[in-house]
Design a protein around this ligand. Structure first.
Ligand code: SAM
Length: 227
């Protein structure tokens, strides 16, 4: 997968690229490029935003500066870029990120993520340049960078070979393998700590019974009311 992230803070992604699974993804030929859209603005002094028509607080990311950045990167009209690759704007009100969406995005060869700042995007960016809007939760962050990293983190770990053991990304919370339920509990050594004992079944060495217990725990967690 080639992921392009349009941001005003490309240096944030330097840290992201040092994460073990992201390094693994790079070693397998995947990449995350952070593109500073201030660098391609046709306006003076690196301007990318402006005051909202109609008044109000904050600044809005301009459609012309976003178009310049997308054109510089893809050498085509951004209206058609979204027809051949998913161009995703991070927005608080977008489609909520979940395991199904992460799986969907992990199947793409190329994706583009647009990180908003300030009051967000001029609506024409969302209407004309974007194929998807994705939210990481119903709250507001200062910018789209952390949201983009959350999306990329969950998407990259689904790519074959990126995790030490591919099974780790198959059977986990909200995955198809667990019918969308939360994962079952895990325990490791010591088997007893302060009288807090690990369930006997996990020490039994009986694979089928362990599997059955895990499935039952997972189902029970799905039925329990959310905290
Ligand atoms: N005025 C906008 C609103 O009320 O919906 C919020 C703008 S927010 C301060 C700036 C940028 O952060 C947004 O354009 C978006 O890119 C990003 N952002 C904030 N919260 C987000 C969330 N929950 N999920 C995804 N992106 C988010």
């Amino acid at each position: 997968m080639k992921a392009d992230v349009f941001t005003l803070f490309p240096q944030w992604f330097d840290w992201f690229r040092t994460q073990r699974h992201v390094e693994n993804a790079y070693a397998l030929g995947h990449s995350v490029d952070a593109i500073d859209f201030r660098e391609t603005t046709p306006l003076k002094w690196g301007q990318v935003d402006d005051e909202p028509f109609g008044g109000g607080a904050g600044m809005v990311l301009r459609v012309d500066t976003m178009e310049a950045a997308l054109r510089a990167r893809y050498d085509e009209d951004p209206v058609s870029v979204k027809e051949r690759r998913r161009v995703i704007a991070l927005t608080p009100s977008g489609r909520l990120l979940d395991d199904a969406l992460a799986t969907e995005l992990a199947a793409e060869d190329e994706i583009t993520l647009l990180c908003g700042r300030y009051e967000g995007f001029d609506e024409r960016i969302l209407d004309h340049f974007v194929s998807d809007q994705v939210s990481i939760g119903r709250y507001v962050l200062a910018g789209g960078e952390l949201a983009a990293m959350v999306v990329l983190d969950t998407v990259l770990r689904k790519l074959p070979g990126v995790l030490g053991d591919d099974q780790s990304a198959i059977e986990e919370s909200y995955s198809e393998a667990l019918d969308g339920a939360p994962e079952y509990p895990h325990y490791t050594r010591p088997a007893d700590w302060r009288g807090w004992a690990v369930p006997d079944v996990l020490l039994s060495g009986h694979h089928a019974r362990v599997e059955e217990w895990r499935r039952a725990q997972s189902r029970a967690r799905a039925e329990r009311p959310l905290p």
